[in-house]
Design a protein around this ligand. Structure first.
Ligand code: IVH
Length: 722
């Protein structure tokens, strides 16, 4: 009927198609929304050929016939049709152009700005607290409305996409938040992700962030195919998406049904947007897929309503979600709120209640951590909890087992909350076997036999074997090679365990002498089971690649109690070189020394962390290992970043008293944005003290130390660069 209408494909278009009119794209195009499926088939075939033709002219012959803009229009049209009729996507479609497999792993890429994670909330009170915090931080009156955008929290993996002049140039994983992996070729196989942006307002440089995921049905179908092919099944859609995205061969990724929801962007050569809702609309206009369940809410009551309605409909959604994300809509407020550690203050994840299941405890044993802490673990009869097979659960500590009288043979209810290790919620007493025995926490370490002692003031029990305990040593080694530490490719937990058991690697320094020792060995690695010439060479190459390591990674790798990634970076930034850190820590053993005061004045280092640090550098065996390591490797001094050239870089500020224009938290965040360090107490190293109303001893201390004192107005002028 509509065949004759102007703008339809010419009659007999398909039958008559020859090279000539196949390339005739001058006819009036039918709107994608109006194409019938049959017309779509024809049009997709035509576009595949036309685009291939122009590709050849452009890439092979260097004689393009059409402008970039006309070419982009063809690519965009092709993708639009495929998004409308995904089942018609052709094997030779231009959206399936697949790059060559990577020979040697993914390249690392530094994120332009850190990919943060979200703070979790579980109860309504947590949500009201979030609003209160935002209100206080921004100094908003009780009447001021705080508009929030509520988005389903997609259970997938976040990805960062870089566009230059509207073309996709780079796709990266989140990685550790500051550095991810270059997965561009894999990203290009995802239809939801445009290769070329549509519409207007396309910035010179654009970074889009969002979530790569797999729909539940696609996941089941994929597992079915894997079962047929005798391949291991994926535990859940998230794992399937992760496994598919980290394939070295993009051909495999292309065969997996991955999807993408965009949820934010960051544009250089800025667009003057003021609200998050505008960001979402702009993403849609550029051709991204934005989740259709996203809603704007005016109040906490509205978002809680949204939460319960989504929670109820959760199972009807085609993809897994593990909660809802709330984001403050006002972008200026978002910016002012800034972030704390690795989480922004402007957003929060409201998680769904954990999924539960009933099973039986088959055994209880003890795991020994790298600092000697013993954690009781329940071995369970494997059970499916919300799509994941669970066979172990943490029992936390001895007191907890005693309090709840958990026994081997008990039937228990377990729950899984997000990625956290499953927990035992309760014992089903009615099902307890008559002959069950109370669990007795051993007083000797199951690994080295040393006395197990209770740490004063803590519930944890610790093996007192310290450096002689083999299991602690093995745990320390695993930590040493872990992702945020030395991250040695091919030297994962399994290999470390075997090398440790064989006595080949007993301490971190042994890793770096392995190749040398192997050369003189009668039983070289390449002759061992599971190893060959090539894999041995790869391992040595991977080890050698890490003979130079950034200071913060090195500090983290040492596995000092309480020193995580963030604190390690803090220390690196403060002490700049390992030599200076070690020297200061040794001097700080004397609590009257200046080095001790300096350590404590750092924001983020409390008394107990300070003690653990000092203790580590007092232990002769640790010093010895560090010395051996430094003979093998080079620790790079911490490189101050652009942020360190900020107006207040290297300066230390102390705030005291109550400020009238802004909250203390915002003042602190502003100071940090300008590069200053904010300390909790005044010392000789303080550069200035900002004094609000009713300031107490710190203002006095400032005068004593001869530190410059500013009032709130002085500070604001300074912060604004006056
Ligand atoms: S915003 C600053 N929005 O949740 C945080 N994240 O727990 C930026 N996620 O790493 C994330 N759906 O992988 C945001 N609508 C959504 C999301 C979402 C899922 C994931 C994302 C992030 C993690 C944080």
């Amino acid at each position: 009927m509509s065949q004759t209408k102007q703008g339809r494909l010419p009659k007999n278009y398909y039958r008559d198609m020859d090279k000539e009119n196949m390339l005739d794209y001058s006819y009036v195009e039918v709107l994608v929304e109006e194409l019938t499926p049959l017309e779509a088939v024809i049009e997709l075939e035509r576009l595949a050929k036309v685009i291939a033709y122009h590709d050849e002219l452009y890439f092979q012959k260097d004689t393009p016939e059409i402008s970039d803009a006309s070419y982009d229009a063809l690519v965009i049209r092709n993708r639009k049709i495929e998004l409308r009729f995904p089942e018609l996507r052709r094997a030779d479609s231009p959206t399936r152009r697949i790059g060559a497999p990577l020979a040697s792993g993914f390249r690392k890429v530094k994120h332009r700005s850190a990919m943060l994670s979200l703070e979790n909330a579980f109860t309504n009170t947590d949500i009201y607290d979030f609003f209160d915090r935002v209100r206080r931080f921004l100094n908003l009156s009780a009447e001021e409305e705080i508009g929030v955008v509520a988005e389903p929290k997609i259970d997938g993996l976040s990805a960062s996409l870089h566009y230059q002049q509207g073309r996709l140039r780079l796709g990266a994983t989140r990685g550790d938040g500051s550095e991810g992996e270059d997965i561009t070729e894999n990203i290009k196989t995802i239809l939801d992700i445009p290769m070329v942006l549509e519409g207007e307002n396309i910035p010179e440089s654009l970074e889009v962030r969002g979530e790569v995921y797999m729909c539940r049905d696609d996941f089941f179908a994929l597992n079915e195919r894997r079962l047929q092919a005798d391949e291991a099944h994926f535990a859940n859609p998230r794992n399937a998406a992760a496994g598919s995205l980290r394939q070295l061969n993009p051909q495999i990724t292309a065969s997996r049904p991955l999807k993408f929801f965009a949820y934010g962007f960051d544009a250089l050569s800025g667009l003057a947007l003021t609200e998050h809702t505008q960001i979402l609309s702009q993403l849609k206009r550029w051709g991204f897929v934005v989740n259709s369940e996203i809603r704007f809410c005016h109040s906490p009551i509205q978002i809680l309503d949204y939460y319960s309605s989504i929670a109820q409909r959760r199972i009807e959604l085609p993809y897994d979600i593990d909660g809802v994300v709330y984001k403050i809509n006002n972008l200026e407020w978002q910016q002012r709120l800034g972030s704390v550690g690795r989480t922004p203050r402007h957003a929060i994840a409201h998680k769904f209640a954990a999924e539960k299941a009933e099973t039986i405890i088959e055994n209880i044993d003890l795991q020994i951590g790298r600092t000697g802490v013993l954690t009781p673990v329940a071995w369970l009869k494997p059970v499916n909890v919300g799509g994941v097979i669970v066979s172990r659960a943490s029992l936390h500590n001895a007191d907890e087992i005693k309090r709840r009288d958990v026994r081997v043979g008990d039937t228990v209810i377990i729950q899984r909350a997000g990625d956290v290790i499953p927990q035992v919620l309760e014992v089903v007493m009615a099902k307890r076997p008559l002959d069950s025995q109370t669990f007795i926490f051993p007083d000797a370490c199951p690994s080295c036999g040393s006395l197990v002692e209770q740490i004063p003031g803590e519930v944890a029990r610790r093996c007192s074997g310290g450096l002689i305990c083999a299991e602690q040593a093995a745990e320390r080694l695993k930590h040493f090679v872990s992702r945020d530490a030395f991250d040695i490719e091919g030297l994962g937990i399994r290999n470390i365990e075997t090398f440790f058991a064989d006595g080949l690697i007993k301490n971190p320094a042994d890793i770096f002498t392995l190749e040398q020792r192997d050369k003189g060995s009668l039983t070289p690695l390449r002759c061992k089971e599971g190893w060959g010439g090539q894999s041995t060479q790869n391992l040595f190459a991977a080890i050698n690649k890490r003979r130079t390591i950034p200071l913060n990674r090195f500090i983290y790798a040492l596995g000092i109690s309480q020193i995580g990634v963030v604190t390690a970076k803090l220390l690196a930034k403060h002490y700049l070189s390992f030599d200076s850190l070690q020297h200061s820590m040794m001097s700080a053993a004397d609590s009257t020394a200046e080095a001790y005061q300096e350590l404590l004045s750092m924001d983020g280092i409390g008394q107990s962390t300070a003690v653990d640090l000092i203790y580590f550098f007092q232990e002769p065996h640790n010093i010895d290992i560090v010395k051996q390591l430094l003979e093998q490797i080079q620790v790079e001094d911490f490189q101050l970043e652009v942020s360190d050239h900020l107006p207040l870089a290297g300066q230390t500020v102390v705030f005291t008293g109550s400020l009238k224009m802004m909250s203390r938290a915002e003042a602190k965040a502003t100071a940090e944005r300008l590069g200053a360090k904010v300390a909790g107490s005044v010392s000789k190293k303080t550069n200035f003290v900002v004094v609000g109303a009713d300031a107490g001893s710190k203002a006095k201390a400032a005068t004593e130390f001869g530190v410059q004192v500013l009032n709130e107005d002085d500070w604001n002028r300074m912060a604004q660069g006056e």
